[in-house]
Ligand binder design. Structure first.
Ligand SMILES: C[S@@+](CC[C@H](N)C(=O)[O-])C[C@H]1O[C@@H](n2cnc3c(N)ncnc32)[C@H](O)[C@@H]1O
Length: 337
């Protein structure tokens, strides 16, 4: 009614919406704190603001803005004038813990974040360029490949430990990045040989990594496009990790078919990805990442367990089991039919 004040139910607050909307600020704060090595500087010991500014080489005023935000989000603790890492920052962000997530933060900061500027246009038009299709500069390719490897570290270790590779002799890793899965698997299975198949830019980064890893001596890196070039034959295990989300259903079916044609008759196919529930809304991370795959890979998306099983059945594979690995990532195992 005109002139009548609208009432807002007091039990419905906008707090959740504001918190969600400010998520981009929290993310950017985290990326920049990591870029200025805030957490590694704090790993050297508790620091005052002056210590921190001098260790990070930034003005005191902006060191305060950065570190206060990290206190607010729970990654840094303040006691009097001294700041220190919380256990999660010390473990994952300091470069001195058992795991290092800084490369994936760098990837999200330097590659994803600018690419998301095109998200509205991508949603409106249904189109975005495939930045993974070999279009990176050498520097961006390194940031991309190392970032994905940091994200993959925990599920890769879980696969190496949780899947029985003892019956396999040769594993082909299609779109294998820098060997984020292949290296941990080979480390735990001394007789397994690996072939890593990658686009030429990523293959070049992979070769450099193989030279640094003892298991690299058991890996042949083959450069090519898995849709158009011959796939290396004679493998009894084929891994397709975090590749399904890069492509359309049609492309994924074609890839599974090509893998089947190249595989040994007794081969197993391991699909590792963030497979969703039938509604594609769980896990939450996967539902959000669908936007990332859209802007970074053009035709990328997240897919449900049921969709991927249907592609397998269509392309000469029989799905056997699905196992959770780490976080939102799981593995779907299939056998050749
Ligand atoms: C998200 S990354 C996954 C890397 C690795 N498998 C992992 O899980 O850490 C997808 C990979 O697929 C590779 N890729 C994309 N299109 C390809 C193609 N047509 N042929 C071969 N590799 C391709 C990309 O270069 C990229 O390294």
């Amino acid at each position: 009614m005109v002139g009548e004040a609208q009432t807002i139910a007091t039990d419905i607050t906008p707090d959740g919406i504001f918190q969600l909307a400010a998520g981009f600020m929290a993310a950017k704060h985290l990326f920049v704190a990591s870029e200025i090595d805030l957490f590694s500087h704090l790993a050297a010991g508790p620091a005052t603001l002056d210590d921190l500014a001098s260790r990070a080489g930034v003005p005191r005023r902006t060191a305060r803005i950065s570190v206060d935000a990290m206190v607010a989000v729970g990654l840094v603790e303040r006691s009097g004038q001294h700041y220190r890492n919380t256990p999660s920052a010390a473990t994952y962000l300091s470069g001195r813990g058992p795991a290092d997530l800084r490369p994936i933060l760098r990837f999200w900061n330097r590659i994803s974040y600018p690419t998301w500027m095109g998200f509205e246009q991508a949603i409106r038009s249904g189109q975005a360029p495939n930045r993974q299709g070999g279009g990176f500069s050498a520097e961006d390719q390194r940031i991309f490949s190392e970032g994905i490897a940091a994200f993959a570290a925990a599920p890769a270790e879980a696969l190496a430990v949780g899947y029985d590779f003892s019956g396999h002799r040769r594993m082909l890793d299609l779109g294998g990045g820098i060997g984020s899965y292949l290296i941990p698997v080979l480390r735990r299975h001394a007789t397994l040989q690996g072939t890593l198949f990658e686009l030429p830019g990523a293959a070049a980064v992979a070769r450099q990594h193989m030279d640094r890893e003892p298991e690299g001596a058991r890996v042949e890196v083959v450069a090519g496009d898995f849709f158009t070039d011959p796939l290396p034959a004679g493998h009894d295990a084929i891994l397709i990790a975090n590749v399904v989300h890069v492509f359309s259903p049609e492309h994924n079916r074609a890839l599974f078919q090509r893998a089947r044609a190249a595989a040994r008759p007794e081969a197993r196919l391991l699909i590792v990805d963030m497979l969703t529930d039938p509604t594609r809304t769980q896990p939450l991370f996967a539902a959000l990442a669908a936007g990332e795959y859209l802007v970074i890979a053009g035709e990328g998306d997240v897919y449900s367990d049921e969709e991927v099983r249907a592609w397998l059945l269509d392309t000469g594979w029989r799905p056997l089991e699905r196992k959770p690995l780490a976080g939102p990532t799981s593995v779907l195992v299939a056998e050749a039919t």
